[in-house]
Each structure stands twice: as structure tokens, then as C-alpha cells.
Ligand binder design. Structure first.
Ligand code: LLP
Length: 426
């Protein structure tokens, strides 16, 4: 078993998060619940910002868009990468200043473009078609949109194919071979002002080489764009830094990432005499390890394998089913007891793929135990669904030893909330 460190600890065999007993939280708030530690969000954000003191850190809201979490980050001074009108609305509501928000998206609606124009945030434009639409909407409303162009740098990171976004075959961005044309067009179009350049090569990347290649390629673009007479104020490198889900494998830290890319960035900047400001958009690093998903054991079944049936499945954490992702699990009420055998943690969803963890060494598991699934703070709740008629779980924030409900459990009323029955069926 890995040494529980950081904001997680074990006292009297029980898991504590941010100094609060996880099992007591289930007793009080029911199961399943996501439990997030405020202090850890702050620590992660500060560590990232410290590693890149001259860069702007824009939190990727898609990782976890809970309003309270966004408020914490707003108070820390974070900017935001938003990917929809909904995320933009939430980021502004949380108090993130509009001049520290970048509206990304590969297929924005006209309504979203109008909303972005109305709020005055900057946009990352993903296609020539979108560029023209945005420019004409901006002219209609008498505004000028400050934009970056999302470049597809055709760089292949070692990660799950579903979360590699900078491959030449990816749906994101404008191929780097067409980028000069795009800036040329943007410069001449009324209604848009190109002031930055943007890319994002993928997520959960644990090898630093592709990041270094990306910096070099993007700085080549910056130089060529400058030759068109377009002065770029910022270079947004997106994000993608992985976190140690497996606990036993070393994963590069923000400091390692900074050591790898900042000297190259400086060298390229000095060589071409252009010094755009760096923007980074971490999501997973900021919220991933801040949150534990607690789920109660309904039953243990001896079959071909020993299955533990719990009350959370891919309706709440889709990462294992969707990306074969590994999440460390432990028994929250037996956290440091010796292992007794292999267990497979199965969710309650009617799909064979609904397995949260395969063949894990755990202490003897029984009905009523509480399984803790670690690192559930990024792409957990934000990707959840009501599949199989399951209301979503509550979210709890622990802060200075106290627990706050930051999102209530959904109920069956939430399953019905937007449904209408035609009169002939009433
Ligand atoms: N910026 C852009 C433009 C992005 O598309 C993303 C993530 C990020 C920043 C944040 O990347 P991060 O720091 O979290 O790696 N659901 C998948 C991950 C999808 C990532 C989508 N884009 C997962 O659970 O692994």
C-alpha cells in the first residue's frame, strides 16, 4: 500500500481527508459523495503558479466546474479556460475577471459567440469558418473580439488516444501548416484582433518531451506570424501535465515541467526577439488529487472474481470505463489493515464495463464498508450522468476541519425536472 501523504491520512484505521473522518462524512451525508479539500486546491494552484512565476495560470473549468471550487480559485487569482457558454457563465459568476478568461471550443454556437462578445472575454478560434462568423457577429454588435488561434501542432504525446488532442488527425485547431493563412485573414478582417496563439496537445501526459517540442513549434509560428506584421501578446500552451494516479510511478511535477520548457521558451524568445506572455491551462493538476469519491459497499460476491458491489459507478466516475484509467482505491474504514486478497470494485450500472477498479489487493471487504476512490476531483463529477436513473451524488467541501455541502444529492425529482408529458398521455 502506498504511504498516504499530503492531505490524506489514516487515524485508527480510518481515512481522513483535510483532517475530517471520511467514514463519518458518509454517516452524516450518505453515500456516494465526492469530498474535496479546499486547502489542497489552494496548495496545488499556488505550487503551479510558483513554478511559472511569469505565466498566467488559467484553470481549465471542465475538470471540475463546481461554483465553490471556482470561487476558491478566483480568490487565489486564477484565470479560467472555459469551453462552453455554461462554463463561461460559471467562471464569471465565481468572480474570475473577464480579462483572465479564454473561451475555447472547437464547435461554438452562434449564441455562445454572441455571449462571449457581450461579456468581452477573449476567444480561441478553432477554424477559419468560425473566424469569419465571429468577425461578422462582432461587426454587427460594434465590437472587436480579441482572439487567439488554436493551432493543431501535430505533436503526439504518449497518453490514451481519447485524450490526445494535438495529433494531426485530431478535430481540434487549425493545422499548423494553415496557421499563417489564418492570421493573415484575421489581421485583415474587421471585428477581430489577433493577439495570441493557443494549443493543447493532450492530457495526463507524463513524458516532458512533447511539451518541449510544442514550445519550439509554437515559437516558430510566433516568429512567422510576426513577419506578417501581427504582434502576439501571448502564447497559451494549454495544459496536459499528468498526476500520479498509480502512486508507485514517478510523474513529473510542475517544477519539472517548468525546468523542461522555460529555458527553451526563453532561448526561442531571445533568438527571435519576441517575448509573448505565457498562459497555461491546468485542470487535472489543480483539482485531480483534491477529491475522494466515497462509495458504500452493498455486497461482496464470489464469482469468477471476487466482486465488491458499490453504489457509485461510471455514472459518477467514467474515467476507468472510458480511458481504462487507473484510480487508487482503499477501504476507508480499514485503511491500514493488511490485504487479504484481490477485489474488483463494480459499480451498480447495467453495463459490464462499469468497473471502478480491477483486481486490487484490499483488506477483507464486507457489506457496509466504505470504498474511497482517490484522485476523483478532475473529470469526475464534471463528466457524471444520470444513467440508469441514478441521481448524481452530493459534493462536500472540507475546510479547516469543517465540512460543507457544496452540492446537494440529486433526487428523483431531478430526474424528472425538465421532462414534460404530452396531454394525450396524462
Ligand atoms: N486546455 C484545453 C484547451 C483542454 O482541452 C484541456 C483538457 C485542458 C486545458 C486541461 O487539461 P489538463 O490539465 O486537465 O490535462 N476527461 C479526460 C481529460 C480530457 C481533457 C480535455 N481537455 C480525462 O478524464 O482524463
Amino acid at each position: 500500500m502506498f504511504e498516504i501523504e499530503g492531505h490524506l491520512e489514516v487515524r485508527d484505521h480510518r481515512l481522513f481527508i483535510g483532517g475530517v473522518d471520511a467514514v463519518d462524512l458518509v454517516g452524516e451525508h450518505g453515500s456516494p459523495i465526492f469530498v474535496t479539500n479546499e486547502e489542497r486546491i489552494r496548495e496545488n494552484y499556488r505550487r503551479y503558479q510558483r513554478a511559472f512565476p511569469d505565466a498566467d495560470v488559467y484553470y481549465a473549468v471542465k475538470a471540475n466546474g463546481n461554483l465553490t471550487i471556482l470561487r476558491i480559485l478566483a480568490k487565489e487569482g486564477a484565470g479560467a479556460d472555459v469551453f462552453s457558454g455554461g462554463e463561461l457563465y460559471m467562471a464569471l459568476l465565481a468572480g474570475i475577471p473577464r480579462d483572465r478568461i479564454l473561451f475555447n471550443g472547437n464547435s461554438k454556437t452562434e449564441r455562445e459567440l454572441r455571449y462571449a462578445l457581450q461579456t468581452g472575454v477573449r476567444l480561441s478560434v478553432d477554424s477559419l469558418d468560425e473566424l469569419k462568423t465571429l468577425a461578422s457577429l462582432a461587426r454587427e454588435s460594434g465590437k472587436v473580439a480579441e482572439i487567439a488561434i488554436r493551432v493543431n501542432p501535430a505533436i503526439s504525446p504518449e497518453t490514451h488516444p481519447k485524450i490526445a488532442t494535438g495529433l494531426s488527425t485530431s478535430k481540434f485547431g487549425i493545422p499548423y501548416t494553415q496557421v499563417i493563412e489564418a492570421y493573415d485573414m484575421a489581421e485583415r478582417l474587421e471585428g477581430v484582433k489577433p493577439i495570441g496563439i493557443h494549443c493543447h496537445i493532450g492530457s495526463q501526459i507524463t513524458d516532458l518531451t512533447p511539451f518541449v517540442e510544442t514550445v519550439k513549434r509554437m515559437m516558430e509560428m510566433v516568429e512567422q506570424i510576426d513577419r506578417l506584421g501581427v504582434k502576439l501578446e501571448f502564447l497559451d500552451l494549454g495544459s496536459g501535465l499528468g498526476i500520479p494516479y498509480r502512486k508507485d510511478e514517478p510523474v513529473p511535477t510542475p517544477e519539472d515541467l517548468a525546468d523542461a520548457i522555460l529555458p527553451v521558451f526563453k532561448e526561442c524568445s531571445d533568438a527571435i526577439g519576441l517575448h509573448p506572455r505565457l498562459i497555461l491551462e491546468p485542470g487535472r493538476y489543480i483539482t485531480g488529487d483534491t477529491t475522494v469519491l466515497l462509495t458504500k459497499v452493498n455486497l461482496v460476491k464470489e464469482a469468477n472474481k471476487r466482486f465488491v458491489g458499490v453504489d457509485a459507478g461510471f455514472n459518477l466516475l467514467i474515467r476507468p470505463a472510458m480511458y481504462d484509467a487507473y484510480h487508487y482505491v482503499l477501504v476507508a474504514n480499514k485503511a491500514d489493515l493488511p490485504p487479504s486478497g484481490l477485489y474488483t470494485i463494480a459499480g451498480p450500472i447495467c453495463e459490464s464495463g462499469d468497473i471502478l477498479a480491477h483486481d486490487r489487493e484490499l483488506p477483507a471487504v464486507e457489506r457496509g464498508d466504505v470504498i474511497a476512490v482517490l484522485d476523483a476531483g478532475a473529470y469526475g463529477f464534471s463528466m457524471s450522468s444520470q444513467y440508469n436513473g441514478r441521481p448524481r451524488a452530493a459534493e462536500i467541501l472540507v475546510s479547516k476541519g469543517r465540512a460543507y455541502v457544496i452540492r446537494e444529492h440529486e433526487t428523483v425529482n431531478d430526474l424528472l425536472a425538465k421532462q414534460r408529458v404530452p396531454p394525450h398521455l396524462l
